[in-house]
Design a binder for this molecule. Structure first.
Ligand code: SAM
Length: 266
C-alpha cells in the first residue's frame, strides 16, 4: 500500500511528498532487524505497568507489543495505513496519524519512538507535538538515525543518481541530526535533556542491500524512470559492495543512531 506523507521542510521543497511505500509484509521479510535492535532504547524507556505511553511511528507494532507486555497502556500512531493495519492485527491500539499532526494534549507519561523520527519533517513540528502530548514530568525517549547515518549508502546514491541527472540530496526524505543540533531543538521546545548521544552501530542486513534499497529508498529510486530503475539500483549495489560486504559475504550497513531521553519539566 502506498503512503504519501507531507514533508513540509523537505529539501525537495515545501509541500512535497515522501513517496516511500510502506508494506508491512515487506518490512517483516526484509527489516525485522529494526524492531529486533530496539532493546536498548526500550530499556531506556523502562515502561512501568499502568503508564500511558505513545509509540510514535510504531510500524507493524513488533516493538510496541513489548511495551504492552511491560503492562503499559499504549497508544500507537503511524502514517502508513498498511503498518497501522499490521499493528492492529497484533492487538495494538494503533491509529493513522502523522508525527507532524499529533493532537494529544497532556495525556502521556512517555512518548517513545524507534527508527521513525528521521522520516518526520519538519522536526520542530514533531517535537512540539510530542511536548504537548506529554503530562508535565513526562519523558520523551527515542532512537533515530543520527549524523552520518548510512553515509556510504548516501554517497553511493548521490554518485549514481547524479549520473542520471538527479540530486539525491534534494530527493532525500531523511533528517539525521547531530546530538548537539537535536539537543538544541529539544531545549528550544522546552525539554530538559537528560542524555543524548550518537551511537555508531554497524548493522547486518540479512536480506542484503538490494532488499534494503527496495524497502527504504523509494524516494530516490522512484525518481528514476521505471525502465532504468533496476539498472540504477544495481549500480548503487556494486558501488557499495566493496565497503559494506564483510569477508563472509554479509551486508553490514553503516548505521549511526541518535538515542536520547528528555523530560517535559513539571
Ligand atoms: C523504520 S520504520 C520503524 C517502525 C517501528 N518503530 C520499528 O521499530 O519497527 C519507520 C516507520 O515510521 C513511519 N513514518 C514515516 N513517516 C512518518 C510520519 N510522518 N508520521 C508517522 N509515522 C511515520 C513509517 O510508516 C514506518 O512505519
Amino acid at each position: 500500500m502506498r503512503s504519501e506523507i507531507i514533508n513540509q521542510q523537505n529539501p525537495k521543497g515545501a509541500g512535497n511528498l515522501s513517496t516511500q511505500r510502506w508494506s508491512a509484509e515487506r518490512y517483516q521479510q526484509t527489516a525485522s532487524f529494526v524492531p529486533a535492535l530496539g532493546s536498548a532504547v526500550l530499556e531506556l524507556l523502562a515502561p512501568a505497568p499502568g503508564e500511558r505511553v505513545l509509540d510514535l511511528g510504531c510500524g507493524d507494532g513488533a516493538l510496541t507489543e513489548r511495551i504492552v507486555a511491560a503492562g503499559a497502556l499504549v497508544t500507537a500512531v503511524d502514517a502508513a495505513p498498511d503498518m497501522v493495519a499490521a499493528a492492529r492485527q497484533r492487538g495494538v491500539e494503533a491509529r493513522l496519524v502523522a508525527g507532524q499532526d499529533l493532537d494529544f494534549v497532556g495525556e502521556f507519561d512517555a512518548v517513545f519512538s524507534n527508527a521513525a523520527l528521521h522520516w518526520m519533517r519538519p522536526p520542530e513540528r514533531v517535537i512540539a507535538g510530542v511536548y504537548r502530548a506529554l503530562k508535565p514530568g513526562g519523558r520523551f525517549v527515542a532512537e533515530m538515525g543520527g549524523h552520518n547515518n548510512i553515509a556510504a549508502i548516501m554517497v553511493a546514491l548521490n554518485a549514481v543518481l547524479r549520473g542520471h541527472g538527479l540530486d539525491a540530496r534534494r530527493l532525500s526524505p531523511w533528517y539525521f541530526p547531530s546530538a548537539e543540533a537535536y539537543r538544541e531543538r529539544l531545549e528550544t521546545a522546552g525539554f530538559a535533556v537528560e542524555q543524548i548521544r550518537l551511537i555508531p552501530r554497524p548493522t547486518p542486513v540479512p536480506a542484503g542491500i538490494e532488499a534494503w534499497l527496495d524497502t527504504f529508498a523509494d524516494d530516490f529510486l522512484g525518481a528514476v524512470p521505471q525502465a532504468q530503475r533496476a539498472a540504477v539500483r544495481d549500480e548503487v549495489v556494486e558501488l557499495l559492495r566493496p565497503v559494506l560486504v564483510d569477508e563472509r559475504g554479509t551486508w553490514i550497513a553503516d548505521y549511526v543512531r541518535l538515542r536520547f531521553r528528555a523530560f517535559r519539566p513539571r
